[in-house]
Design a protein around this ligand. Sequence first.
Ligand code: ADP
Ligand code: MG
Ligand code: MG
Length: 194
Amino acid sequence: MELNLADTKKWMNLFVEEVEKNKSNLNELDTAIGDGDHGTNMDRGMQAITAALEKKEPSDLAELYKTVAFAMIQKIGGASGPLYGTAFLDMSKKAKETADLTELIQVGTDGLKRRGQSDVGMKTMIDVWQPVATALKDNKFNQQAVDEALESTKDMVATKGRASYLEEKSRGHLDPGSQSSAYLFGALIKVIGV
Ligand code: ADP
Ligand code: MG
Ligand code: MG
């Protein structure tokens, strides 16, 4: 499925809204297994995305994803900033060839894996991104698929990022980056209506 520039803009604006609305939830999740700043970090990035998009209207998909990527890299900070930034930057490069969501999300996921030296099952945002990419491929992308992916992180033991310091104690909590990613893909579902 292809997503045009106008709908991708809607997606990004809805993502910003969702994160801003749920900032304290993200901080709470990160307090349980990290340092409590994931909501604050993401919120800074969301404000930067809004400001950048207001300053200059992107003329194509590649430029839009690049604007989002730079705002995230510059303002989120922490582990998640460079990770989200890499995913969106790789999506920007790919968007020069295709507007196909399945391909774009898979490329973004591959960027996360490369940048984070991580893969599925490590209790990171990849545990939402990869199932979403796969669901898109299989025509099974919907809110239930996103919710299930997010929930699956609860029982995992973290082996990457701050939560990995807790070892077995990281089990029983949702991964904060997976929750913010679930907001990202929940916003996408609202735009495409699946
Ligand atoms: P920090 O841990 O530096 O405070 P954040 O709290 O903003 O950064 O982000 C934490 C999230 O980043 C985690 O919940 C996880 O989803 C993600 N993350 C951390 N390390 C990695 C990694 N190596 N690969 C993929 N995702 C990661
Ligand atoms: Mg944190
Ligand atoms: Mg931190």
